[in-house]
Ligand binder design. Structure first.
Ligand SMILES: [Ca+2]
Length: 177
C-alpha cells in the first residue's frame, strides 16, 4: 500500500507531464497558424483606419502617405472640404503598381458616393464624383494585398483621359532628354 507522500509525488509527476503536453500543444498550434509575429490588416493602421480619424487633405494639394496590407496598415481615411457643389476628380498615384485594393468616396455621413477597384499594373486611379453640396467629404484608400507609398490629390472639375477640366496626370520626371 502506497503512503500518502508517494501518491502525492506520483500526482505531481502526472501534473507536470500534463502541463508539458499542454505547452507542446500550444506551441504546435501557434506555429501552425502563425500566432507569433502575425499582424492583422489594421493592427498598425493608426487612427486613420476609421472615418473618425480621417486626415485632412486640402483641395488641389497632393498628400503622400503609405499603406501596407501585410504590415498591418491596410486603410487610410482622408477628409477634404469643398465650398460648392459640383464634380471633383480624385487621383491616387501608387509607387508600386501591382498593389490591390479599392478607393471609395463618401459624404459627410459616411454614405458611399463612388467606388473604384484598383487595376493592378496601373499606377494611377481616378474617380470622378459629383458632390451634391458644399460640405466635407471622405476618401477611403484600402489595400487588400501588398504595400506601397501613394500620393492623392483632389481637384475641382471632371477629369479623365478625354481631356476634362479636372484631374491631373502623374508628373514624369525621369524622362531622358
Ligand atoms: Ca492607416
Amino acid at each position: 500500500m502506497m503512503r500518502n507522500f508517494e501518491v502525492l509525488a506520483m500526482m505531481t509527476v502526472r501534473l507536470r507531464r500534463f502541463r508539458t503536453l499542454l505547452f507542446c500543444l500550444a506551441i504546435g498550434f501557434c506555429s501552425g497558424v502563425g500566432c507569433e509575429g502575425s499582424v492583422g490588416p489594421e493592427d498598425r493602421s493608426g487612427a486613420d483606419s476609421s472615418r473618425g480619424g480621417a486626415q485632412a487633405m486640402p483641395i488641389e494639394t497632393p498628400v503622400t502617405d503609405a499603406l501596407n496590407y501585410e504590415g498591418g496598415d491596410a486603410t487610410d481615411w482622408k477628409i477634404f472640404e469643398v465650398s460648392q457643389s459640383g464634380p471633383v476628380t480624385v487621383d491616387v498615384f501608387f509607387d508600386t503598381d501591382y498593389v490591390e485594393g479599392v478607393i471609395t468616396v463618401h459624404d459627410q455621413y459616411g454614405t458611399e458616393l463612388a467606388s473604384r477597384t484598383r487595376t493592378p499594373g496601373q499606377q494611377q486611379d481616378q474617380i470622378v464624383v459629383n458632390l451634391p453640396e458644399a460640405s466635407s467629404y471622405y476618401v477611403r484608400i484600402h489595400l487588400t494585398a501588398y504595400y506601397s507609398t501613394y500620393s492623392i490629390v483632389v481637384t475641382p472639375g471632371e477629369g479623365g483621359s478625354a481631356g476634362g477640366t479636372g484631374g491631373i496626370a502623374r508628373p514624369v520626371l525621369d524622362e531622358p532628354l
